[in-house]
Design a protein around this ligand. Structure first.
Ligand code: CTP
Length: 402
C-alpha cells in the first residue's frame, strides 16, 4: 500500500482488553510498509507486553519507564514530532479524558501534545462508560479540535454484555488510517465516481441475467481514489465491504446504474466505469416465477442503455466530468476494439484487458491492462494486483485533472 509506505505511525496502546487487537494492527501497518513506533501506557502493559509489539514492528516499543529514562529529553517530544499520524487504539475513557484536558503526565500524553500530525482515536470501553456524558463531552471536545474518531462498534463486550464500546476491527481501522493519511493527496477536494460489479437484469422475480464481474477492480479503484484524498461515490452492484470513506450507491440494473451515474457525475471531476454493464436485457420481466411445467421460455432481449455513451452524449453536455475512464474487456483484437471504444465513447483513458488470460480480468486478484489515451498514447502495464492497477489509473486521472 503506497499510502502507508515509509509513513511514521505512532501507535498509542492504552489499558483495555482490546489491546490484543492493537498487535494485529501494528503487524498489518508494518506489512504495509509503515514505520510503527508503539507507546504502551502502564495499564496497557497489564494486557500486552512491549515485546509483542517489538516482535511485530521490528522497532523498539516504548513504555512509561522511557519517560524518565536516559533518552527522556529527546523521546518525550521526539516521538510526537516525527509522526505522520498518531493512532490511539484502543483508546480508553481515561485516555480520552486526559487528552481532552491536555494533560501531560505520561509518555503517550506528552507525545500527543507535541505532535502536529493528525490524531486518530479508536475508543474501547464498556458501553455505559462510553455513553456517559463525561466521555461524550471529552470526545466532542477532541473532535472539535480536529481529532478523528473511529468506532466504537456495537457487539459483545468483555463485561459479558452487548452494547456499543468494542474497538473496531483491524481492516476497518486500517481503512480509517488510509482515509486520514490520504487527505491533501493528489485528488484532494476532487469528486470521483466509480462503478463496480456486473449489472443484473431480471427475467422474473427470482432470475437475473448477469455476468462474472466480481467488482474487485472497481473497489480497488475506489480505495485508491480515497488514498489520494478524493471524495468517492461508489456505484455498486456487489456486496463487498466498501472502502472506509466511500459513499455507496447500491444498484442492480443497467438502467439504475445509468440514473445513478448521471446524477452523481454531474458534479464530479472524474468518472471511472469499471462496472460490467449489460448490453442486453430481457424485453419483458415476467411478473411471476417462470414455471417448468409451462415449457422452455423464449426470452426476447433488447438493448440496455449504454452509460458511457449517455455521458458522452449532447444531453449531458457541460456536466460531463473532466476525466472519463472506461474499461474494455476483450477476448480478441484487444487494442483495435479498445481503441474503437475509446473513440466512440469519447473517453480520456480506456483500460483494455484481455479476459481470455487466466491471470487477468474477472474474479482473479491480478490484472494485465494496457492504458490507451485519447491523444493516441498507450501504456502497457505489466501483470499487477488489481490494487496496483487501480493506483496507476488514479495517478493518471490525477495528472489529467491537474
Ligand atoms: N459500458 C457502459 N454501458 C454499457 C456497456 C458498457 O457504460 N451498456 C461501459 C463499461 O463500463 C466499460 C466500457 O463501456 O467501461 C466498455 O465496456 P465493454 O463491455 O467492454 O464494451 P461494450 O461497449 O459493451 O461493447 P462489446 O460488449 O460489444 O465489446
Amino acid at each position: 500500500m503506497p499510502i502507508l509506505n515509509d509513513k511514521q505511525v505512532l501507535l498509542g496502546v492504552t489499558g483495555s482488553i482490546a489491546a490484543y487487537k492493537a498487535a494485529d494492527l501494528a503487524s498489518k501497518l508494518t506489512q504495509a510498509g509503515a514505520l510503527v513506533d508503539v507507546i504502551l501506557t502502564p495499564s496497557a502493559e497489564k494486557f500486552v507486553s512491549p515485546m509483542t509489539f517489538q516482535s511485530l514492528t521490528g522497532r523498539r516499543a516504548y513504555t512509561e519507564a522511557d519517560l524518565w529514562g536516559s533518552e527522556a529529553h529527546v523521546l518525550h517530544v521526539g516521538l510526537g514530532h516525527s509522526a505522520d499520524l498518531v493512532v490511539i487504539a484502543p483508546c480508553t475513557a481515561n485516555t480520552l479524558a486526559k487528552l481532552a484536558h491536555g494533560e501531560a503526565d505520561s509518555l503517550l500524553a506528552v507525545a500527543v501534545l507535541a505532535a502536529r500530525c493528525p490524531l486518530l482515536l479508536a475508543p474501547a470501553m464498556e458501553s455505559n462508560m462510553y455513553t456517559h456524558p463525561a466521555t461524550q463531552e471529552n470526545l466532542a471536545k477532541l473532535i472539535e479540535r480536529g481529532a478523528y474518531v473511529a468506532g466504537p462498534a456495537e457487539g459483545h463486550l468483555a463485561s459479558g454484555q452487548s452494547g456499543r464500546g468494542r474497538m473496531i476491527e483491524t481492516p476497518e481501522l486500517l481503512g480509517h488510517i488510509r482515509l486520514v493519511l490520504g487527505q491533501k493527496g493528489l485528488l484532494d477536494a476532487k469528486k470521483v465516481v466509480v462503478t463496480a460489479g456486473g449489472t443484473q437484469e431480471p427475467l422474473d422475480p427470482v432470475r437475473v441475467l448477469t455476468n462474472r464481474s466480481s467488482g474487485k477492480q472497481g473497489y480497488a479503484l475506489a480505495q485508491a481514489a480515497i488514498d489520494a484524498g478524493a471524495q468517492v461515490c461508489l456505484i455498486s452492484t456487489v456486496n463487498l465491504p466498501p472502502p472506509v470513506g466511500a459513499r455507496v450507491v447500491e444498484v442492480h440494473t443497467a438502467q439504475e446504474m445509468l440514473e445513478a451515474v448521471l446524477a452523481e457525475s454531474a458534479a464530479a471531476d472524474a468518472l471511472i466505469m469499471a462496472a460490467a454493464v449489460a448490453d442486453f436485457r430481457p424485453k419483458k420481466v415476467a411478473e411471476s416465477k417462470m414455471k417448468k411445467k409451462d415449457g422452455i421460455p423464449q426470452v426476447e432481449l433488447e438493448a440496455a442503455p449504454d452509460i458511457l455513451e449517455a455521458v458522452a452524449g449532447p444531453d449531458f453536455g457541460e456536466k460531463r466530468p473532466k476525466a472519463v475512464v472506461g474499461f474494455a474487456a476483450e477476448s480478441r483484437d484487444l487494442l483495435v476494439n479498445a481503441t474503437n471504444k475509446l473513440q466512440s465513447k469519447k473517453l480520456d483513458i480506456i483500460a483494455a484487458n484481455d479476459i481470455s488470460a487466466s491471470d487477468a480480468g474477472f474474479s482473479v486478484d491480478t490484472n494485465r491492462v494496457t492504458l490507451l489515451y485519447a491523444d493516441g498514447r498507450n501504456e502497457a502495464l505489466p501483470l499487477m494486483s488489481k490494487s496496483e492497477v487501480a493506483e496507476t489509473i488514479i495517478a493518471r486521472v490525477a495528472a489529467l485533472l491537474e
